[in-house]
Design a protein around this ligand. Structure first.
Ligand code: NI
Length: 174
């Protein structure tokens, strides 16, 4: 396994709409790639990582949501390949961040309930309904695959402040 370097804001690949992924063509390298993406994501306490965040042009992302009940703490792992929204409902404004803009947190609106179709790491078509953090993660990661970032949803006044904040934070990124 290997921790990959996370691409930071300013790199053009974060603004790229990623190519439809041919599961069969990727099948051999997929297990290692997913392990690397999960390890990279966990190493910086992220809840999701898209392929372009490690410099790859695949419509692929991993989602890792911490789950805990009274007895156990575990991780909900979801690998999404070629995902598409079937439905989005509700709206909630909450703070969000991104591993490609470390240290920046911005309040943006997201749907509260989503239904997503995708292919999983075994090549199986899946349909998942989600709310809460998982719904947010689906929206955040699928945006990455379309070249969108969470800051795009900030209102114009906030965008000016965000630009200044990014200038301040950039020297701390590597
Ligand atoms: Ni992100």
């Amino acid at each position: 396994m290997a921790i990959r370097k996370i691409v930071k804001y300013g790199d053009p690949i974060l603004r790229q709409k990623l190519k439809h992924t041919d599961y069969e063509a990727l099948r051999e390298e997929l297990p290692q790639l997913i392990k690397d993406m999960e390890e990279t994501c966990l190493s910086v306490h992220g809840v999701g990582l898209a392929a372009n965040q490690i410099g790859l042009d695949y419509r692929l992302a991993v989602i890792l949501i911490p789950e805990s009940d009274k007895k156990n703490a575990s991780l909900k792992r979801i690998v999404i390949i070629n995902p598409e929204f079937e439905d989005k409902q509700g709206e909630l404004v909450e703070e969000e961040g991104c591993l490609s803009l470390p240290g920046l947190w911005v309040e943006i609106p997201r749907a509260t309930d989503v239904t997503v179709r995708f292919v999983d790491e075994n090549g199986q078509p899946r349909r998942v309904r989600a709310r809460g953090l998982l719904a947010k993660a689906f929206q955040h990661e699928i945006d990455h695959l379309d070249g969108k970032l969470f800051i795009d949803y900030a209102d114009p006044v906030l965008k000016t402040a965000i630009k200044k904040e990014i200038k301040k934070l950039r020297p701390t990124w590597n």
